[in-house]
Design a binder for this molecule. Structure first.
Ligand code: 5AD
Ligand code: SF4
Length: 473
């Protein structure tokens, strides 16, 4: 590394600053997140950890003294976005300098972890690089950055959650009625296409007691719905209040006891970790929503094996049946990758056949993107771009038809809606069904924050319209 680019590393014995250490100058922070829901959660925790340092959040990037790009490395396109965004920030920084002011730029998240100090070389305007396991050290990195580039991409032994500042009740309220809560991070599965085990590290679960405390604090501040997050959340195995190792099912049961909390969800899961107690919980835990995201990636056994998914298409079909037997009104969603190395027309047809057989309510689909350092990127038989494009379009047509049919089938049904905000038109309120569909209905603002039965009367292109059916709960 060039000496002028030498980055200061945070000392290992550094302890985070506590709030109430005296007045800090008021500064503005803007966090821009890319990628998954965990990045959205991390962005809130970064803002919380910087609040005692005098940073308040701003939605306007031009007003910020510190901009954090919270990045995603999952596909090439996601990573590329970061560098075009950094180019824009460099120009903003130059404008600031011309006015005698400063702008600090931090790159956080999975690109920071994957590229580390390389980022300073690619874009010299960057001041801070911080990996997903180190963002509790942001206050110190911000201080170090006054003297030159500062970096921390360690996987510290001591878990970052022990050093994060909890959000204030006011902060929680501004973030809405639905909140994310990370319970598990990292992945030991090593699917051959995936960067996550390298960027987020080994699988680790948080302690139940800490999760419960965080969920209670969220609920006390008015949150009604919590989505438990993990890269492999159904592999959760956290230390329980009784010192035993708890499964996700047990955690869900425990969180269901929190009065005031109306809804629980979890994402994202691996089919092989759908344990029997978790399937049972879908039938028994009333607060657990009947909507499950269960990525399968391919319907071809050959490709599933090459992806190191460790199950066959038939296993997934059997699993879907079992889940539906436990909770008949459950809807499934999934992720698919087209054009994984070696994928033939026949393999692709097998994927379409699986999709037809399962009938998903919602599906995410991607062209395979070779990621540096993953085994898939080394495979010889990469699929041509034009073939990927064609397959993506065909798969898209099928799953979008399934999504539309699922949404249309809501018409005439009465479902619980969690009302979250005023609607588009006066006198309207907006909320979500158990299946995360947006719903608008005529109703008073006083229903915001409550769950009410709504009869769905119409299905639009982006949302459903309904009529209030009963008293709010
Ligand atoms: N290329 C394309 N899609 C990918 N995903 C993960 N890695 C890749 C990759 N290299 C998709 C998977 C995963 C979702 C989060 O992103 O479908 O479930
Ligand atoms: Fe992207 Fe995966 Fe990192 Fe989330 S964990 S930001 S999806 S690379």
């Amino acid at each position: 590394m060039n000496s002028d680019l030498e980055a200061a590393t945070v000392q290992k014995d550094w302890a985070p600053a506590r709030s109430g250490q005296g007045e800090k100058a008021a500064k503005k922070l803007h966090v821009k997140s890319f990628g998954c829901q965990m990045n959205v959660y991390d962005a809130t925790r970064m803002a919380d950890v910087l609040a005692p340092e005098g940073f308040s959040e701003t939605g306007a990037i031009e007003d910020a003294d510190l901009v954090i790009l919270n990045t995603c490395h999952i596909r090439e396109k996601a990573s590329e976005k970061v560098f075009s965004e950094l180019g824009r920030l460099r120009r903003l920084k130059e404008e600031r300098r011309a006015e005698g002011k400063d702008l600090r730029i931090a790159v956080a998240g999975c690109v920071a972890q994957a590229e580390g100090g390389e980022i300073f070389r690619k874009q010299r305007a960057v001041d801070i690089v911080v990996g997903p396991q180190s963002y509790h050290r942001l206050p110190e990195l911000v201080r170090l950055a006054a003297d030159g580039p500062a970096i921390d991409t360690d996987f510290p032994v001591d878990d970052k959650f022990n050093h994060l500042t909890p959000p204030t009740a006011d902060k929680i309220r501004t973030r809405g009625l639905s909140a994310f809560l990370t319970v598990q991070e990292g992945c030991d599965k090593f699917c051959s296409f995936c960067v996550v085990p390298y960027t987020r590290g080994a699988e680790a679960s948080r302690e139940v007691q800490k999760i419960v405390a965080e969920a209670e604090a969220l609920t006390r501040a008015g949150v009604r719905e919590i989505t438990l997050l993990g890269q492999n959340v159904n592999a959760f195995h956290g230390k329980g209040e009784d010192d035993e190792i708890w499964s996700l099912a047990r955690l869900v049961e425990r969180l269901s006891e929190i009065a005031g909390l109306a809804r629980l969800r979890y994402t994202t899961s691996h089919p092989n970790d759908m344990a029997d107690d978790l399937i049972r919980a879908h039938g028994e835990a009333a607060k657990l929503m009947p909507f499950l995201h269960l990525p399968v990636q391919s319907g071809s056994d050959r490709i599933l094996a090459a992806m190191n998914r460790k199950h066959r298409a038939e296993d997934f079909l059997r699993l879907a049946k079992k889940i539906r037997a436990a909770r008949p009104d459950i809807a499934l969603s999934s992720d698919f990758i087209v054009g994984f190395p070696g994928e033939t027309d026949e393999d692709f047809e097998a994927t379409l056949a699986l999709i037809r057989a399962v009938d998903f309510a919602s599906t995410f689909y991607f062209k395979y993107s070779p990621r540096p350092g993953t085994p898939g990127a080394e495979l010889a038989d990469q699929v041509e771009e034009a073939v990927k494009t064609e397959r993506l379009a065909r798969l898209g047509e099928l799953v979008e038809a399934q999504r539309a049919a699922f949404n249309r089938a809501m018409v005439g049904r009465t479902v619980d809606v969690l009302f979250e905000k005023p609607g588009r038109r006066p006198g309207q309120i907006g909320g979500k069904t158990p299946y995360l569909q947006a719903v608008h209905a005529d109703g008073p603002d006083s229903l915001i924050g409550t769950v009410a039965a709504v009869e769905i009367v119409e299905c639009g292109s982006n949302s459903l319209f309904g009529r209030l059916a009963k008293e709010a709960r």
